[in-house]
Ligand binder design. Sequence first.
Ligand SMILES: C[S@@+](CC[C@H](N)C(=O)[O-])C[C@H]1O[C@@H](n2cnc3c(N)ncnc32)[C@H](O)[C@@H]1O
Length: 364
Amino acid sequence: MESWRLESSNPAFFNDRLNYSLSNEDTSIEVSLQPQNADTVVTIAGSGSRVLPLFRKSPKEMVILDLSEQQLALTDLRIQTLKQFDYPDFLKLFGYEEATTKIRRRLFAQLTLDERTRARMQSHLESHEDLPLIYTGRWEQTMLKLHKVVKTLFSAREINQMFDCKTDKEWSTYYFRSFPHFRWAALVRLLANTQTLNTLLYRGSHPRLNMASSNYEYFAPRFKEMFRAGPPRKNPFFQLIFLGKLQYPEGFPSEVESETSYLEQKRGALNSDITLKRQNIHEYLATHPSITFASLSDIFSYLTPEAANEVSSLLASNASHSSVIRYYLYRPIELTTGQLIRQSDKMNFYEILQLGPNLSHASS
Ligand SMILES: C[S@@+](CC[C@H](N)C(=O)[O-])C[C@H]1O[C@@H](n2cnc3c(N)ncnc32)[C@H](O)[C@@H]1O
């Protein structure tokens, strides 16, 4: 019985509520593989934050798809803000930098927007009152709930000590000598199970598991790698769950990692022919036989094995460069169809695979 899997274009989880507002995928890996000035780049909107870095390579055409109108509206808002505002105002409007609600409202009102985007985002903002945009998705709200649990297990002093570590050396000394490993493992055991995640977020659509013997076995080593990668202040996920907000710019997502890259994104977006469309990627690929490059969000975890195989073979045959896909917990396709990318993104939840011609960058 697989009724919980994504069969159609309207699964329960990817409906019209805003699920993602920040980004739990770091697309810098895609940017490193994406050809410069590609004719057509195809991508999934999600929060839109995963899309902005793809403009740095100045694609001639950018096709952005999603099943959810809300995700598309937020992505449109991000792109218009990128085109019309400078870096400090982008940071303020989205909530990366502190600003009063009045300032954020004024910035929103100043933007020239498509009427549908304005109406959707206006009512979304009103229903979240003073909360900055980046925290308003259901995924982000769930992380803020986890933050409340984290605060009951870690003292303010411990959290301060973690985030005071600025260098790899300071952090590894703290991590190996003083970090409360046992309490962290207990927390992962408590939260990383399908029932909790379905209740908190996925409404029955949490991916099935075939990549480990339990959710804990899947998540525990991935978190360990994330901790070993460097100071938690450099990681947006750790900032969210330990601090309840993004406080340290060195751990901001790629879309705002520096003013220089923001300006590159802006130049790329201003010169690109951009289409935002509500469509299933499967349908799109079946009707568009020649694209250059695709960066698919984690949609593969939710596809049936048949649909995943079809989408991956369409990607392999339609794209002139190898494309990037992600999935977690559930590996939907035979790994022989692509090559694993060893490098992980900052979130480290995903297995990342390169599919298609010229698999030069990957190593499996
Ligand atoms: C699992 S979410 C990941 C969001 C992302 N991690 C981010 O950082 O914004 C996947 C996104 O893909 C969309 N989606 C899921 N399946 C899709 C499909 N078959 N075709 C197009 N979009 C899809 C969802 O609506 C959602 O916005």
